[in-house]
Design a protein around this ligand. Structure first.
Ligand code: FPP
Length: 267
């Protein structure tokens, strides 16, 4: 039984436990459990996704206030197309509706929004709002929200391998020049530092084709809470857990003075 079952711990108490000098700058989240949450309540799966959106808004606010700089969320995977057409259609319409409604506030909050994935199969109306949201917010500096849509880690790696193979074949590069730095610079996440922390909700212990390259050294935190029930309290718990880890990067102790600006490679 966890401590909070005996003594209710407030968000403020958890907040006070956090070392403000050890906040992960980039947190990635697999927002899982929307469907199960809805089914448990006898509701249609769509209401789980709707509730999931309000949770995402809360987590953006909390992570930004805490000093995180980048949040990357998995909103639609390359595998999600095999869901019933009605659910896929609902999700795509939800993205469009949410962005139309929220983009003004996202911009006012100085949040830069970026969509990571192959946007080409999406309807034109959705593509247009995705591109427009990126264009409006591109110079915002406070915080970056990366939304992975029609994203798959393996597909991303194959895309880079293919591009480098073509460049080698055409003589533009020498195959011996292919190294981690060059490979990294061709990923969809180019220029974005790798996540220090991955949170997955709903108790599943898989990476599910999410940021396969970028998560190489990330700490993984699994929460049993379903995404629509996730909240500030659960997020703070994840941060405290992260801060208790000894990040060794294959060595014997944590790297001193990790800098946010440098190292586009492993964090
Ligand atoms: C996983 O739960 C959740 C999704 C596939 C969709 C997540 C999308 C949102 C929360 C909306 C985000 C919106 C914007 C604009 C970024 P699941 O359906 O796989 O749940 P289950 O595993 O219980 O079935």
């Amino acid at each position: 039984m966890t401590l909070e079952k005996f003594i209710p711990i407030s968000n403020l108490e958890l907040f006070q436990e956090i070392d403000k000098n050890k906040i992960p700058k980039h947190v990635a989240i697999i927002m899982d459990g929307n469907g199960r949450w809805a089914t448990k309540k006898g509701l249609p799966r769509s209401s789980g996704h709707n509730k999931g959106v309000s949770v995402l808004k809360e987590i953006i606010k909390v992570s930004k206030n805490l000093g995180c700089k980048i949040l990357t969320v998995y909103a639609f995977s390359t595998e999600n197309w095999i869901r019933p057409a009605k659910e896929v259609d609902f999700l795509l319409r939800l993205f469009e509706k949410v962005l139309k409604k929220e983009i003004k506030e996202i911009h006012q909050e100085s949040i830069k929004i970026k969509f990571i994935g192959d946007l080409s199969p999406f309807p034109d109306s959705l593509k247009s709002i995705l591109y427009r949201s990126e264009a409006i917010t591109k110079d915002n500096k406070n915080f970056t929200l990366n939304v992975c849509v029609n994203y798959g880690g393996r597909q991303e790696i194959v895309k880079v391998a293919k591009e480098l193979a073509y460049k080698s074949f055409s003589g533009e590069i020498n195959p011996s020049e292919v190294d981690e730095k060059l490979f990294n610079s061709k990923l969809l996440t180019q220029g974005i530092k790798d996540p220090e922390l991955l949170i997955r909700t709903s108790g599943e212990k898989r990476i599910s084709n999410f940021l396969l390259w970028q998560l190489a050294y990330s700490e993984i935190y699994i929460s049993d809470v379903l995404w629509p029930d996730f909240n500030e309290f659960e997020f703070l718990k994840a941060i405290i857990d992260y801060q208790s880890r000894n990040r060794r990067f294959g060595g014997i102790e944590s790297l001193p003075n990790e800098s946010f600006e440098d190292s586009y490679c492993s964090s």
